[in-house]
Ligand binder design. Structure first.
Ligand SMILES: *[C@@H]1O[C@H](CO)[C@@H](O)[C@H](O)[C@H]1NC(C)=O
Ligand SMILES: *[C@@H]1O[C@H](CO)[C@@H](O)[C@H](O)[C@H]1NC(C)=O
Ligand SMILES: *[C@@H]1O[C@H](CO)[C@@H](O)[C@H](O)[C@H]1NC(C)=O
Length: 356
């Protein structure tokens, strides 16, 4: 009797301590996982966060080039809409998504506590920065996203090139800013939050006086700056085009101010219909090959991208701060309504619905 209740206690403890019993540690090579994924059906369904349908095509192309017999069934949509649809599937016990990579970092601990995630440690798990991963492997950073200053050098003269957020208050930027509504995207809200904490709400009021063009989607501002579009928009700080200048678009990072960076976070669902395909995908994304081609890495054993230190050593950003911001939903909501009160609700179609 006594030993039986001890056993029951022990099993209970093991389950409570984070699903220890179900933790899987990958030991196979990518090619062995590929074979398993082919045998399973040759498809993996990924829901990725993003603002434009083609935003993860680079991943799809690279994955399918490396594993030609597997289809990456990819859907890109805003993380804040993907997560609710995943919740619907989980509630209906009708999950058809295998894996997800999202900006909504607060969803992952919640899904883990519901036992919705597979505790799985991919091959490079030990090399992922501790700050980016759940110790059981329920979720982990897959790549680093960030905002930077971006400007069109044909529209903004070299002497006015932006670096700090106060630069945008100069006359050179009047009517020329294209910015994402902070009340439409939490990573943009966090960017404005960091700036306002440093320079006060007066900075925001002065920015409004510059008559920025507010848009939906974080890819929209950089698209609007592109030389092929004949318009006045010359600069933004709520977009990403990578770590180098490209054509007439140049980038910079503040050093007095703080720019937002975060580990886009991925997980495989415990009831994924294609677990082997999902494992192949996460192992590929964390591989040397993919990480080295994707800017800042989530792995501590890889160097920073050309010309930059690792994300933890990069001045002007705190890559772990966004997660804490996202976990405090009450604070996010208060901030969102404060922006909405000043600039109105987000207008216009999401770029996912309509092309520019
Ligand atoms: C591909 O994804 C869509 C939507 O995410 C889903 O409805 C469909 O069943 C998936 N296809 C396969 C072959 O799994
Ligand atoms: C881009 O901006 C940097 C300053 O951030 C400057 O040093 C560099 O010369 C600029 N490059 C181009 C191509 O304009
Ligand atoms: C970065 O942000 C985290 C979480 O908000 C905080 O705990 C940490 O002290 C910050 N790190 C630095 C170097 O400021």
């Amino acid at each position: 009797m006594h030993s039986l209740s001890t056993l029951a206690f022990l099993i209970g403890a093991l389950v409570v301590s984070g699903g220890y019993c179900h933790r899987e540690v990958e030991t196979r090579s990518l090619d062995q996982i590929y074979e398993a994924a082919k045998a399973e059906g040759g498809v993996v369904t990924l829901w990725a966060g993003g603002d434009e349908k083609d935003q993860q095509n680079k991943l799809k192309d690279a994955f399918e080039a490396r594993f030609p017999d597997i289809t990456l069934n990819l859907t890109v949509d805003l993380s804040k809409y993907h997560d609710g649809r995943i919740d619907e599937q989980l509630a209906a016990k009708n999950l058809y998504v295998d894996a997800t990579f999202l900006q909504s970092l607060h969803d992952f601990p919640r899904w883990k506590s519901q036992n919705a995630l597979l505790n799985y440690q991919p091959l490079e798990f030990k090399n992922i920065f501790d700050e980016f991963k759940d110790s059981d492997g329920a979720y982990y950073g897959v790549f680093i996203l960030f905002w930077s200053n971006i400007w069109n050098t044909d529209k903004i003269d070299a002497a006015s090139a932006p670096k700090e957020y106060t630069d945008y208050l100069k006359p050179a930027f009047k009517d020329k800013l294209a910015l994402t509504y902070p009340n439409d995207d939490d990573a943009v809200a966090f960017q404005f939050d960091l700036i306002i904490k440093q320079y006060g709400w007066e900075w925001f009021d002065d920015l409004i006086a510059q008559n920025p063009h507010w848009v939906r989607g974080t890819a929209t501002p950089s698209t609007l700056l592109s030389p092929s579009l004949n318009n006045v928009y010359g600069a933004t700080f709520t977009s990403e085009i990578g770590l180098a200048s490209s054509g007439s678009l140049n980038i910079s990072f503040p050093t007095k101010g703080q720019f937002v960076s975060w580990p886009q976070t991925g997980a495989i669902f415990a009831d994924a219909p294609h677990p082997e395909g999902a494992k192949l995908l996460t192992n590929f994304v964390l591989s040397d090959e993919y990480q080295k081609a994707s800017g800042w890495s989530v792995r501590r054993d890889l160097p920073g991208p050309s010309g930059y230190p690792t994300i933890f050593d990069m001045p002007g950003t705190n890559v772990t701060a966004f997660r804490d911001f996202m976990l405090d939903r009450a604070a996010v909501e208060r901030l969102r309504f404060r922006f909405e009160d000043k600039i109105g609700t987000a207008q216009g179609f999401s770029p996912l619905v309509d092309d520019l």
